[in-house]
Ligand binder design. Structure first.
Ligand SMILES: *Cc1c(COP(=O)(O)O)cnc(C)c1O
Length: 396
């Protein structure tokens, strides 16, 4: 069996790609290569590498066959020509920004972007002479009014981090094309299965593989996918900055991909079940889940996504004092309190949007909580939250 080149059905593709019985004596997975030194067969090859025309990576930092296998798989899954895997999701974002922006350039960044991306813009890009303008995620075609002569890149993250605003990507792409501006998207929430960045017209697609690709909360990684035209430029910056993943983590990412479709299908369904239940609760003002009918952004989600992950937020009717909220949070049995998401375990964190955003104002006054639904039984999860609501009521 050889790897599939056209993933007609993505479930089948993930289950069968990288099966190489003929190459590894029947072992069905790609072996882990751990490497710093990679030996050259002869002086001619050594000198060819020195001139930059060697067909394979010549140092561990540039990857091994394990890395290549992962990059090929991600590229096929994304419908891209190439992918590069990095040491974290943030490193993937930084790679894209560092590749395409230089001093004097202008960046249009969505106001609801992942916090560390924003900090990179406000501190590092600013120091390097790149100006960032934050735009409202609901801007749509009006983005054209914000494009300047020196605007080089529009950065999209849809739905937005923490509050899940869905962006009208085709409208933004149209405006950007008219003015020759590049479009990059952090598409972690949509996953490579449920969001088709290149079909929607993006030039660069980024994922934090730390989330559903890993699926087990045990390593960090990022991916950058692109068409042919942008690959060499990205590759050069990647090789000059050294944020490479280890062979072991590339292996774990390949393993995570095998079951991603199955995990996601269940998490999509169970996430919606919990979201629906929350929206029926008297304590809850709003549920911010793009796949929930009636929720903000649902129409665009329905048009542009083929599924949803299990990360969303909900707003309580009241702004609950810290001590009262602690009564709920500190005693949850199944939900852990911690960053990241996409793993097997459920998580809940309170969100404080104060002072984070500059282009938009959050519409709700009540306490905002972000939830990640893991692989537990949704009935158990809902019972856990219901007990938490009861504790809050008693404390109030
Ligand atoms: C987690 C996350 C990242 C960063 O990924 P790391 O692997 O943790 O560096 C980037 N973007 C989004 C939307 C995320 O949720």
């Amino acid at each position: 069996m050889s790897p599939k080149t056209t993933p007609t059905n993505k479930d089948t593709f993930l289950a069968t790609t990288a099966c190489y019985p003929e190459k590894h004596r029947g072992v069905v997975n790609m072996p882990v290569y751990r490497a710093s030194t990679i030996l050259f067969p002869n002086l001619a090859e050594f000198e060819a590498a020195d001139r930059g025309d060697c067909a394979y990576p010549v140092y561990g930092r540039y990857g091994t066959l394990t890395t290549e296998e992962l990059e090929k798989t991600i590229a096929l899954l994304e419908g891209a020509d190439h992918s590069i895997v990095t040491s974290s999701g943030l490193a993937a974002i930084v790679l894209v920004l560092m590749t395409f922006l230089k001093s004097g350039d202008h960046l249009l960044m969505v106001d609801t972007v992942y916090g560390p991306t924003r900090r990179f813009c406000d501190h590092e890009l600013k120091r390097l002479g790149v100006e960032t303008t934050y735009y409202d995620p609901t801007v749509g075609a009006d983005i054209s009014k914000l494009i300047r002569d020196n605007t080089r890149l529009i950065f999209i993250e849809s739905p937005g981090s923490l509050t899940f605003e869905v962006q009208d990507v085709p409208a933004i792409v149209k405006a950007a094309r008219a003015k020759g501006v590049l479009i990059a998207g952090d598409n972690t929430w949509g996953t490579p299965l449920y969001y088709h960045a290149f079909e929607l017209g993006m030039d660069i697609s980024i994922h934090s593989a730390t989330k559903y690709i890993s699926g087990h909360s045990d390593f960090l990684m990022g991916t950058v996918s692109c068409k042919k035209d942008h690959y060499m430029q990205l590759l050069r910056t990647f090789r000059n900055t050294g944020a490479c993943p280890s062979g072991d983590n590339c292996y774990l990412a390949l393993r995570g991909l095998r079951t991603m479709a199955v995990r996601l299908r269940q998490q999509y369904e169970h996430g919606l079940e919990v979201a629906r239940w929350l929206s029926s609760r008297p304590e809850v003002e709003a549920v911010l889940h793009p796949a929930l009918p009636g929720a903000p952004g649902h129409d665009i989600w329905k048009r542009d996504f083929s599924g949803a992950c299990s990360l969303f937020a909900f707003v309580l009717k009241e702004n609950v004092p810290q001590a009262t909220l602690a009564r709920m949070m500190d005693n949850l049995e199944l939900f852990g309190m911690g960053y990241s998401w996409g793993g097997f375990e459920s998580l809940m964190i309170p969100i404080n949007l104060n002072k984070i955003r500059t282009a938009t104002k959050f519409a709700y006054k009540g306490t905002l909580l972000r939830i990640h639904v893991g692989l537990e039984d949704p009935q158990d999860l809902m019972a856990d939250i219901a007990r938490g609501f009861d504790r809050m009521k008693k404390a109030a």
